[in-house]
Design a protein around this ligand. Structure first.
Ligand code: GLU
Length: 469
């Protein structure tokens, strides 16, 4: 087998879509598995829609996902002279010809053909005119053979192909001199020695014409593998409105890149019944034989369970590092990594669905002033609990040892002294007092982490709040 060279060729016209990220991941994994090389090529030939911000967002998203490339990013727009040279070569050999039909003329003939019940492909009006450069404004079209099929053995879809008559002589260079996507892709894949083109199934229909270009250049096409698209609930296309569709959105939502990559690689691909794949496993196990032909369903519940898994199992130092931007969003600064923060992260990782939630629940330890959640305060900081809370405050202030055990003993004494107060009736007000919210890890652990001085101070403030609002 020749050495494997794959590429990811995004058009920088927006964010990094999860479907594209999945394509990138497959290309990366395939190259890694076969000790090949993975190339990043930015297909920025659409000058109106391509932006440098989008390119940066794509690079950023890939890097975050742990996808690295061996060559590139190469910008397609910087290879225009080369594309042009190939068009000239095709003109010289007669494999392409100049066409001076205008878009309006084509539109009119197309309309008539369709109105007469036919299917439109270019009707070949300029095909044999032998037009040269002096013909005025013109496009360049590829001359397809009169008959035959353009076929390939797709590594996912199997035997594929299309009759040349259904394709027609398509444009490869526009009248403004810019090459069309099909031409640029083929030239770049050839020049970059791409061995395997792995891309979304939406490109399956583009492949016959691209094969025609390879033939016209008398070059062997690479192998093609079209990966079925990702669909949302009910088999429908992912919609921006109801599903997060960009890698950035998942990142901001507090998903770990390990979870997202694991989720993406498993959509439409399996390896026995294994669900958890580390980056190393993705890179050593991903194969095309086990890619399904059917569209892959994106199941958000699966992503959540993977996120829970990685949040629980990531080494603590890594997890805290990943948490830092989210902590900064809550507190305005990078958190100092103290033993208390480490212990809190260990408690929170057992119960957090994402890093946004985790950071929110870590806020009480990092901030000196914690705002009360209005609803929690209304529900739990009520006057009738004030005597018990005051009693607890005094006992906690007098504790010589501040541990989960001594704290629990103090709570028991207070409950017994106030008519067998149920634990929740005491714990919830304390929770709101020290965290500002009605959710936290176990109350004794939480108090222990916060420390005696801060905890006692916050309970005193809550009592003040109860009295004076
Ligand atoms: N630039 C194309 C896209 O973003 C990909 C072309 C290809 O993979 O061949 O859809």
């Amino acid at each position: 087998m020749p050495s494997v060279r794959t590429r990811f060729a995004p058009s920088p016209t927006g964010f990094l879509h999860v479907g594209s990220a999945r394509t990138a991941l497959c290309n990366w994994a395939y190259a890694r598995r076969h000790a090949g090389r993975f190339i990043l090529r930015i297909e920025d030939t659409d000058r109106e829609r391509s932006t440098r911000e989008s390119e940066a967002a794509i690079v950023d998203g890939l890097t975050w996902l742990g996808i690295d490339w061996d060559e590139g990013p190469v910008r397609q727009s910087e290879r225009r002279e080369r594309h042009d040279a190939v068009v000239e070569e095709l003109l010289k050999t007669g494999a392409a010809y100049r066409c001076r039909c205008t878009a309006e003329e084509i539109e009119e003939r197309k309309r008539q053909t369709i109105a007469a019940g036919g299917k439109w492909t270019y009707d070949g009006r300029c095909r044999d005119l032998g037009l040269d450069e002096s013909c005025g404004p013109h496009t360049v079209r590829l001359r397809l053979p009169e008959e035959g099929r353009l076929e390939w053995d797709d590594l996912v879809f199997g035997a594929s192909g299309q009759d040349v008559r259904e394709i027609g002589d398509r444009i490869i260079r526009r009248s403004d001199g810019y090459p069309l996507y099909h031409l640029a892709v083929v030239v770049d894949d050839l020049d970059m020695n791409i061995s395997h083109v792995l891309r979304g199934a939406d490109h399956h229909a583009n492949t016959p014409f691209q094969i025609a270009i390879y033939r016209a250049l008398d070059r062997k096409p690479p192998l093609f593998a079209h990966v079925p698209l990702i669909v949302g609930a009910g088999g429908k296309k992912l919609s921006k409105r109801s599903d997060p569709v960009s890698v950035q959105e998942y990142r901001q939502g507090g998903y770990l890149p390990e979870a997202l990559a694991n989720w993406l690689v498993r959509i439409g691909w399996s390896h026995g019944d294994q669900e958890i794949f580390s980056a190393e496993e993705i890179a050593s196990l991903f194969d095309l034989e086990s890619v399904n032909r059917a569209s892959g369903q994106a199941d958000p519940a699966k992503l959540l369970s993977l996120n829970l898994h990685y949040i629980k199992t990531l080494p603590r130092t890594d997890l805290i590092e990943r948490l830092q931007p989210f902590l900064a969003a809550e507190t305005g600064r990078r958190a100092e990594v103290t033993p208390a923060l480490e212990a809190l992260v260990d408690l929170l990782r057992e119960r957090s669905r994402n890093l946004v939630e985790m950071a929110r629940q870590a806020r009480f330890l990092l901030l000196d002033e914690i705002p009360y959640d209005a609803k929690a305060a209304r529900k739990h900081l009520r006057r009738e609990i004030e005597p018990a809370l005051q009693d607890l405050h005094d006992r906690l202030a007098g504790l010589d040892a501040w541990t989960a055990d001594t704290l629990e003993a103090a709570f028991e004494e207070v409950r017994a002294g106030h008519g067998d107060l149920p634990m929740g009736k005491l714990a919830q007000p304390v929770r709101v007092a020290i965290t500002g919210t009605a959710v936290s890890p176990g109350i004794f652990d939480t108090l222990a982490l916060l420390g005696q001085r801060r905890a006692v101070g916050r309970i005193a403030e809550a009592i003040h709040f109860m009295r004076h609002g």
